[in-house]
Each structure stands twice: as structure tokens, then as C-alpha cells.
Design a binder for this molecule. Structure first.
Ligand SMILES: Nc1ncnc2c1ncn2[C@@H]1O[C@H](COP(=O)(O)OP(=O)(O)O)[C@@H](O)[C@H]1O
Ligand SMILES: [Mg+2]
Length: 252
């Protein structure tokens, strides 16, 4: 197998003397969409923070293209569940996207066109001048995604990004996320507590167990692409995988 884009190698992490992750190993190939499920508190967010360079492992290592991750890099972007707090309330939609471009050193003359293209990509082309509080939850989450895409990340980390949205908005964002990922070729590590969402989106679903957090089980999702809300969820393989995954998660 080719060298994985991302490798967690026997990672251990303690918070204040408490062992949160231990002997956690996980490889992710370039272009893969991996969903991470597991009980609350098992260390899913911590795993993302390790890969984002926001926290360091106490043992083992986290590698990106074979290089240890030591600090945040624009190559890795994080979409948080809490879009309300991730966005700057005093900046418009355009201003929030601009922030990422400014941070990346994109010259002012290029920014306007890039902002318009990014907002259009997430369906916010007509809302450039609105402030976050004037946008619905789904629109705010789209805006956060546009801001992440502005840094042209190779890796997109998504931490229960659609958990706070209503079911219909959530489904359209799932499909938009799949389309964006296909278009950008990004590698995705997506945390969700929704097993069906994990199966719908992923090439692979990884289940973590708690105390200490480590990989408990993995499921390859061999469902046809592109995924479609009705036919994918009614596919016999989807139902079979759903049964298997529920069984695996309950067992831990
Ligand atoms: N900054 C922190 N300081 C101390 N403990 C933390 C910190 N962040 C997370 N934890 C603890 O580490 C464990 C894993 O947390 P987290 O990764 O957020 O879990 P998950 O995302 O799976 O719900 C939890 O027990 C949590 O309380
Ligand atoms: Mg979490």
C-alpha cells in the first residue's frame, strides 16, 4: 500500500493525568472520506485536535505525509459544530471568508473574486453582505465551510458539523459536502454520532471505544457513488451495514 496521507501511530494522550487516548492507530489514504463514531467522551474531538496540531501526543505520533504534525497548518482545516462561535459576528459573510484569505496572504485585488466564487460554491452568492446572525443555522454552517475552503486545505476535519441542524437542512448539507469534497479532492475525517450519516458519507467508518479511546472496529462502506438520499439509504447493503455497525457500537 502507498504511504497513507495521515497516520496515527500508537498515539497516547493524557489530560491532567487521565489517559484519554491509548495505543490509537489509524491510517487514512489520500482522498478518503473517513467517518468517526463512538460514545461521547471517547476522544473523537481530541483526535481531530491532534491532527490539526492544536494538541500534542504524549506518546506515539501523528504523521501527515510522513511528517510529524507539530503545529497548525493551512493544509488542515477544521469545521466545528458550533458555527455560531466559529464565525465573527461583526463581519459580514464576505468578511468572514475574507479573513481566511487575508490569513493566507491573498492580495486584496484577488480577494473579491475569490470571496464571490467561494460564497457561490456554498450557495450563499446572494448573501455576501449579511451578518452571521441574519443567516439561518444551515447558512451559517455553509459559511464556515466556505471559510475553510478558502484556505484550500488538503485535509478537512469536521466535528459533528451538522449535529445542530434540522433533518432536511442536514441532508442537503451532507450532499453539498460530498460534492465539494469530490470537486476539491480533499481528504476528510468526519465525526458524527449518527451512524446512518457516517455510512451515507464515508468510504469507511471507524468506531472508537472509550476509556481509553482507541479504535474498536472498522467498516468498509462499499455503496455505489454518487450517494443519493433515498436510494443509498434504501440499499440492502446500507441496511446490512447499519445492523453491523449498531452491533459493533453496542458491543463497546
Ligand atoms: N482540554 C481538556 N482538558 C481536560 N480534559 C479534556 C479536555 N478536552 C477533553 N477532555 C476530556 O477528554 C475526554 C475526551 O474528550 P473529547 O475528545 O472531547 O471526546 P468526544 O469528542 O469523543 O466526545 C473527555 O473525557 C473530556 O472530558
Ligand atoms: Mg467531541
Amino acid at each position: 500500500m502507498a504511504e497513507p496521507l495521515i497516520r496515527f501511530e500508537r498515539v497516547r494522550l493524557d489530560y491532567q493525568g487521565r489517559n484519554v487516548l491509548d495505543e490509537l492507530s489509524l491510517d487514512i489514504a489520500e482522498g478518503e472520506f473517513v467517518c468517526l463514531v463512538g460514545p461521547s467522551g471517547c476522544g473523537k474531538t481530541t483526535l481531530l485536535r491532534l491532527l490539526a496540531g492544536l494538541v500534542a501526543a504524549d506518546a506515539g505520533q501523528v504523521l501527515l505525509r510522513g511528517q510529524p504534525v507539530r503545529k497548525p497548518t493551512p493544509e488542515v482545516a477544521v469545521v466545528f459544530q458550533d458555527y455560531g462561535r466559529a464565525l465573527l459576528p461583526w463581519r459580514t459573510a464576505a468578511g468572514n471568508v475574507s479573513l481566511a484569505l487575508e490569513a493566507a496572504g491573498v492580495p486584496r485585488v484577488q480577494r473579491e473574486a475569490r470571496i464571490a466564487a467561494l460564497l457561490a460554491k456554498v450557495g450563499l452568492g446572494c448573501h455576501a453582505g449579511k451578518y452571521p446572525m441574519q443567516l439561518s443555522g444551515g447558512m451559517q454552517q455553509r459559511l464556515q465551510i466556505a471559510r475553510c475552503l478558502a484556505q484550500q486545505p488538503k485535509v478537512l476535519l469536521m466535528d459533528e458539523p451538522f449535529g445542530a441542524l434540522d433533518a432536511l437542512t442536514r441532508q442537503s448539507l451532507q450532499d453539498e459536502a460530498l460534492a465539494l469534497v469530490r470537486e476539491t479532492g480533499a481528504t476528510v475525517l468526519f465525526v458524527t454520532h449518527d451512524l446512518e450519516e457516517a455510512l451515507y458519507l464515508g468510504h469507511r467508518v471507524v468506531a472508537l471505544q472509550a476509556n481509553p479511546g482507541r479504535v474498536a472496529a472498522e467498516v468498509e462502506v462499499r455503496l455505489p457513488w454518487p450517494r443519493a438520499q433515498l436510494s443509498t439509504r434504501e440499499h440492502p447493503e446500507f441496511l446490512a451495514l447499519r445492523h453491523r455497525l449498531y452491533g459493533l457500537v453496542q458491543a463497546h
